[in-house]
Write a protein that binds this ligand. Sequence first.
Ligand code: ZN
Length: 289
Amino acid sequence: MSSKLQSLEKLQDTIADTFALYSAADGEQFAKGYRKYPKVWRLVTTSDMALEKALLSYFKKLAKTVATGINWQQYEQRVDKVKQASVLDFIQVNWTDQSLLVKVLLVKALKDAIEGGGSFVELETAINIGWTADNKYAQTFLQKYAVKLSGNLNKSTIELVKSSLDMSISLGESQSEATSRLINVIANPRRAATIAHTETVRAFAGGSMSVAAQVGVDRKRWDSTIGACPICAPLDGMTVALDKPFTTGIFSEPAHPNCRCLTKFLMPESGKPAEYDPDEVAKMVIDQY
Ligand SMILES: [Zn+2]
């Protein structure tokens, strides 16, 4: 390996460690296993950081789009007559377009996490299937996942916009007061960080579950992070069949927003590889939320 590449990787590792340290304040810290292989660790943290950055910049732009899309004349009328039709009626925003924009940024940012999840299983089982984010199972998972997640994010953004405007109307706020309330609600760095941390872990699980099925894993074991929350702590060490849920009804990490636990995988004791459908197993990761 060239010394240039080595020093670049060293720099990436320093950035990854620093990021992991400060972002642990948002919730759980990463379970130890994520750091076990430098390649996996780089991929996971790269996704997490990229998604947080992309979401925040998207939310900032969206805040402006929403603020300029409001018919303020209608808003003023509504301030006088509280509780008429939905406030969304006087906002000109194409939410379908917004959903597409989110989908594109999710696909771009979460590729590394999916690759990292699959690589983790390859390294753990010492079975290399040449997994990358371009693998057909990775692509199927990523597309389905990005569609569902962008739809869900869009829905919760619309709810936030609605409740912000409802609040402004009931308080009789001026246009500038209502605008700054909206901008604070939409361009929220905490929300961007939580989504990034949670969805990076989910994308990682999509990759790991898919590769686990492809290499013939038959069981999975929950690995809670140090200082895990009351939801995750009781799951620590629990082992179930690959296609079965843990006792709390979930199939894989994340168990809650900001969860950074990890699923580990076990090959059949008989030595005969198990046969699970990778698409079905990866789909469980998305269906459970
Ligand atoms: Zn957890």
